[in-house]
Design a protein around this ligand. Structure first.
Ligand code: AHM
Ligand code: MG
Length: 324
């Protein structure tokens, strides 16, 4: 079976980028180990701190963030990192070629109940100018500029799903040897689906277009969409996107009037962009409802974005509701 480094080499990934990805994986293997230890390591539960998003940080959010931040800021090819758990971007090597953004532990409300969580990462090329990685301006590029994106899903197996723009590969962590090995390549999301994932308790905060789409899904065969829908909500985007990659589906965290930007909960640079690159590379689609997520120009490192992604034809339906 092929190891991650062999697959990256066969895709023509430059050695510098391969080393950056390798370092992300060293941190992820450590996170996988710590999650496995759980209560035994005394690292479950919350800290007394809040992150920049105003969310209470779990101990494992902080530990995972430190693991990624420390190894990447020491990597000679990394100019800077941006994290969902950090107020500001952090400088690495001023001559580094790459920028890495990450959500160290997404879906962390699931940690204490022993359900799936994940790490999401996105890699951009650093602009060739004098700015350093603590200037968030260097990061403010659209998702189309990503050179690699991926996630590690910590479930019964630890899985890496990633793309360098040449399709999507799935690797499984072989815990005996500590390596991610290729277990599926060229993943393709089924174009049609009758399974949606959305937090229904937020309905009253959505725009009418989204509410209408979901109302029509609930009408089943008798409704204008003409099929009986099933629903799933894990409250862990990595698990949700992974299910969609394997069997199709649509995931939505839409416009929401609670947030001042009305953009919903998820963040463009740590969640929206990397997941969109993976989904598009697997033949799916990804939209805010009004435009492709990867075309959204970020104005700030922590910008939020409405997310509608998954099976291509179902995403097209949601976009059509927004046009009508
Ligand atoms: P997090 O980055 O703070 O963990 O938040 C993101 C997560 C996503 O994984 C998931 O889709 C969503 O929050 C669940 O939100 P909700 O609490 O509304 O169910
Ligand atoms: Mg997150």
């Amino acid at each position: 079976m092929k190891r991650l480094d062999q697959v990256l080499a066969s895709e023509g990934v430059p050695a510098e980028l391969e080393l950056v990805i390798d370092h992300v994986m060293i941190a992820c293997k450590d996170i996988a180990y710590k999650l496995g230890q759980g209560e035994l390591a005394g690292i479950l539960g919350a800290t007394e701190d809040e992150n920049i998003q105003g969310e209470t940080q779990k101990m494992l959010d902080v530990i995972s963030n430190d693991l990624l931040k420390d190894i990447l800021c020491d990597n000679p090819y990394v100019k800077g990192v941006g994290s969902e758990e950090e107020d500001y971007t952090i400088a690495g090597n001023p001559n580094g070629k790459y920028l890495v953004t990450f959500d160290p532990l997404d879906g962390s409300s699931n940690i204490d109940v022993n359900l799936s969580v994940g790490t999401i990462f996105s890699i951009l090329e650093a602009p060739a100018d004098d700015r350093t990685g603590d200037d968030q301006g260097v990061f403010l590029q659209t998702g189309r500029k990503q050179v690699a994106a991926g996630y590690v899903l910590y479930g019964p197996s630890a899985l890496l799903v990633m793309t360098t723009g040449k399709g999507v590969n799935l690797f499984t962590l072989d815990r005996n040897v500590g390596e991610f090995v290729l277990t599926k390549s060229g993943i393709q999301i089924p174009e049609d689906t009758a399974e949606f994932a959305i937090n229904m308790s937020n309905q009253r905060f959505w725009e009418p277009e989204m509410k209408q789409y979901i109302d029509d899904c609930l009408l089943g065969e008798e409704g204008p969409l003409g099929k009986r829908y099933n629903m799933r909500w894990v409250a862990s985007m990595v698990a949700e996107v992974h299910r969609i990659l394997i069997r199709g589906g649509i995931f939505m965290y839409p416009y929401d009037k609670r947030d001042p930007s009305k953009a919903g909960k998820l963040r463009l640079m740590y969640e929206g962009n990397p997941m969109s690159m993976i989904v598009e590379q697997a033949g799916g689609a990804s939209s805010t409802g009004r435009m492709d997520i990867m075309d959204v120009q970020p104005k700030g490192i922590h910008d939020r974005v409405p997310v509608v992604l998954g099976s291509k034809n179902e995403v097209a339906k949601v976009v059509a509701y927004h046009k009508s």
